[in-house]
Design a protein around this ligand. Structure first.
Ligand SMILES: [Zn+2]
Length: 123
């Protein structure tokens, strides 16, 4: 539902220097739905379990393939946790930056952690 028709015409509508265009890349931070919030809480719980069992083995965190950058991003456990907590608090994540100079050998994918946790729980 678009309510823009109620607004007066945009004086910059055909102006390539429209000041609003500078903000277009900054997507507004959407509020979490109840479902997303529940999933995030579950992920946070899992992530803390992963850290508990994997950190003593020298695993420093998780890596994700980022489709925006088309490269892998490495996140320390504590950075992951802070990101999740600020998402739950609906704050713009202040610590979105990947860990500096990660050693890829010390990071594992999320799915690996899930499988690892499954493995030790079935013992
Ligand atoms: Zn990225």
């Amino acid at each position: 539902m678009n309510s823009n028709w109620q607004l007066p015409p945009d004086p910059f509508a055909n102006d390539p220097n429209d000041p609003a265009s500078f903000f277009e890349d900054d997507e507004p931070f959407p509020p979490l739905s109840d479902e997303e919030r529940a999933r995030m809480k579950q992920d946070l719980k899992l992530m803390r379990e992963f850290r508990r069992v994997l950190a003593p083995k020298g695993v420093q965190g998780i890596f994700f393939y980022c489709e925006d950058c088309t490269e892998e991003h490495f996140y320390d456990w504590d950075i992951m946790e802070a990101n999740m907590l600020s998402t739950l608090a609906e704050e713009q994540s202040a610590v979105h930056e990947p860990s500096p100079n990660p050693d890829p050998h010390n990071y594992v994918p999320w799915d690996y952690c899930l499988g690892y946790l499954d493995g030790i729980q079935q013992r």
